[in-house]
Design a protein around this ligand. Structure first.
Ligand SMILES: C[S@@+](CC[C@H](N)C(=O)[O-])C[C@H]1O[C@@H](n2cnc3c(N)ncnc32)[C@H](O)[C@@H]1O
Length: 242
């Protein structure tokens, strides 16, 4: 129509890259292009505003209150119980607490919990979830951009690092470990991605997908993996700081 702008393809190169995946030897290059495309054109998952949209749309936007979403939390809690073996951490930190579904499970197992998230609506809903009796403190914090302070016997970092580009993910890992004393536990969960993200020649430098994130922690000189589990969609692991 006159005066109307022609639709602009924001990623004109993409149509040339997509066919690469048909050739086995070029497949990893195709997936590398996916990662670059995500970084270059899709930074929305790095911003709290994107998560806010989900939270303001209605409660339980991740489906943690029932079904497979809830089952993952139950499995994570069971893995934790096996490692704690009756012990009760005094101070726990949960990073990316969302609406407090796992916070509730942590509160049953730990004396005090600091639960942080960068989405204000998630924090408000988590705080209003129940009477926490002063046992849980909710705080707004952006793990990617802000410093992390304190010392915690247990840190839960579940389904958060999936959104971080490799460099930021490695930096966040160091930030988290600085708040974990020797003997402290780190509970990690992350979403599985296509196998090629684990095996590609570039996967050592460009970390993407739950199994690769877990491997980064497993290879960390300050950590020992003490428990692990795998679901259809997720990897779960617990590490102890040396
Ligand atoms: C997929 S949900 C996972 C919630 C919960 N940890 C779980 O696994 O059940 C991701 C949560 O992490 C939060 N998040 C994402 N990036 C973050 C960041 N840079 N700093 C703090 N929270 C973040 C989001 O707001 C969201 O609530």
């Amino acid at each position: 129509m006159p005066g109307e702008k022609a639709a602009v393809d924001p990623m004109p190169l993409w149509r040339y890259v997509r066919p690469l995946r048909r050739f086995a030897f070029l497949r990893s290059t195709f997936y590398l292009a996916i990662v670059f495309k995500r970084w270059a054109f899709d930074g929305r998952w790095l911003k709290p505003e994107t998560f806010e949209v989900g939270y303001t749309a209605g409660p339980d936007c991740w489906g943690y209150e029932s079904g497979p979403g809830h089952e993952r939390l139950v499995r994570a809690a069971a893995l934790l119980d096996g490692v704690l073996n009756g012990g009760r951490p005094r101070r726990a930190l949960e990073i990316g607490c969302a609406e407090g579904a796992f916070t509730q499970m942590l509160a049953q197992r730990c004396d005090t919990v600091v639960a942080v998230d960068f989405a204000p609506s998630a924090l408000a809903r988590a705080a209003a979830r129940r009477d926490w009796n002063g046992q849980v403190r909710f705080q707004r914090l952006d793990l990617m951009r802000e410093p992390l302070a304190g010392s915690f016997d247990l840190i839960a970092l579940m389904d958060v690092l999936d959104y971080f580009p490799s460099g930021r993910m490695k930096a966040a890992c160091e930030k988290v470990l600085a708040c974990l004393p020797s003997g402290g536990f780190l509970l990690l969960t992350a979403v599985k991605q296509a196998d090629i993200f684990d095996t590609a020649w570039w996967s050592k430098w460009i970390i993407r997908g739950g199994r690769r994130i877990k491997r980064h922690f497993k290879e960390h000189p300050l950590l020992t993996m003490v428990a692990e589990a795998e679901l259809d969609t997720h990897v779960l692991a617990i590490f102890q700081k040396i």
